[in-house]
Ligand binder design. Structure first.
Ligand code: CU
Length: 367
């Protein structure tokens, strides 16, 4: 029995995670069944007050909801199917969006993107979906790796304080999005309710030295980029598909040395990036500045042969990307959406800091 409760995931912590969390604060990144006590405490303190997602609520405040990109389940090295017990808790949280401003996010497990679920083709899952008692909205999950039944959306519909369970079998391989699928799903996804379930093919994936997991989405706010205080959701802007923020992990330029910390790697390593695009509306033109995707699987379709040496790969909303990069010398590789106004004006940026010496045989500036 493999469980993905909080204790299990803690074992995957490494030094780069600690570096990231040293900046990111103490937000709980993954909640398993052990979160029940926490939910009870929230219920006790939430009281009867509720006034919508207005900011005048019992919703907890955390420093950030940005997921640690180094925190993901390890690669699978087995040749038989197993059963997984997995728990996800919906949490509505007030958190930093950029320097000096906050937003009311909706999350799974307190993080954006939601925790990566990693299984092998043929594995089965019992999923327990709960909702913090302090939440104000119902939530549910459409999991693209689930056959039929709206990806489980009806079976997992939970009101605040509720719990539902479902069983499913992962019959096809690939990197799939899972996302909230209530009536106002576009708002819920924009606010952060999306993540990835990785169904490894029977033969597994090629080995790499490091793996990272990030999620892109866009936020529609009434206030322009650069505003301070608590920002408010703008439904008209969402209808126009005209966001003020385009983000990795719910934080403007969060995964950079100047904010929560860059991802870390060493020269000579090969790294893999798992990216899920929640959208809800924008396609990402996913590009590593100063590098290429040496090997990538468009749409996370792992049953197919990968593409080689791709500069910019489209990642549609409601889809995923798996790509590998070589890092032959010390450098900082920036991950961007090459629709560059999103980088220059809307907060989209992540960095991989590559330790090691530069190699003048590869590149050098000339006078
Ligand atoms: Cu929701």
């Amino acid at each position: 029995m493999n469980t993905m409760t909080s204790g299990k995931v803690e074992s995957a912590v490494d030094t780069s995670r600690r570096r990231f969390l040293g900046n990111a604060g103490t937000v709980a990144l993954f909640t398993g069944l052990a979160g029940a006590a926490d939910r009870g405490a929230r219920a006790a303190q939430s009281g009867a007050q509720s006034s919508g997602m207005s900011g005048l609520t019992s919703i907890a405040t955390v420093h950030t909801v940005a997921a640690d990109p180094t925190r993901l389940p390890p690669p699978i090295h087995r040749s038989h199917a197993i059963h997984h017990d997995i728990a996800l808790e919906a949490r509505e949280l007030r958190a930093g969006l950029a320097d000096g401003c906050e937003f009311l996010f909706m999350t799974w497990g307190g993080q954006i993107p939601a925790p990566m679920i990693r299984v092998r083709q043929g594995d089965t899952v019992t999923l327990t979906v709960s909702s913090a008692a302090s939440n104000e909205r119902p939530h549910c999950l459409d999991i693209h790796a689930v056959y039929g039944s709206g990806g489980g959306a009806i079976a997992t519909m939970v009101p605040p304080g509720g719990t539902r369970r479902e069983f499913f079998k992962c019959i096809y391989p690939g990197a799939f999005i899972y996302h909230c699928a209530v009536m106002g799903m576009d708002e819920h996804i924009s606010r952060g309710m999306f993540g990835m379930i990785l169904v490894e093919p029977y033969e597994g994936l090629p080995a790499v030295d490091r793996e990272f997991y990030i999620g892109q989405h866009e936020l529609y706010t009434r206030e322009p980029f650069g505003s301070s205080g608590l920002l408010h959701f703008d439904f008209a802007a969402m209808t126009r598909e005209d966001p003020n923020f385009v983000l990795f992990n719910g934080r403007a330029e969060g995964l950079t040395a100047g904010a929560l910390g860059a991802m870390q790697a060493n020269a000579g390593e090969t790294v893999r990036v798992f990216m899920v695009n929640g959208g809800p509306n924008l396609t990402s033109s996913f590009h590593p500045v100063g590098n290429v995707w040496k090997r990538c699987w468009p749409q996370g379709a792992l049953a197919n042969s990968p593409l080689g040496y791709v500069q910019t790969q489209p990642v549609a909303p409601g889809s995923c990307f798996v790509g590998d990069m070589e890092l032959p010398a010390g450098e900082t590789i920036k991950l961007v959406d090459h629709a560059l106004s999103r980088v220059a004006r809307k907060g989209l940026m992540a960095e991989i800091a590559v330790s090691g010496a530069a190699d003048p045989a590869l590149f050098r500036a000339l006078a």
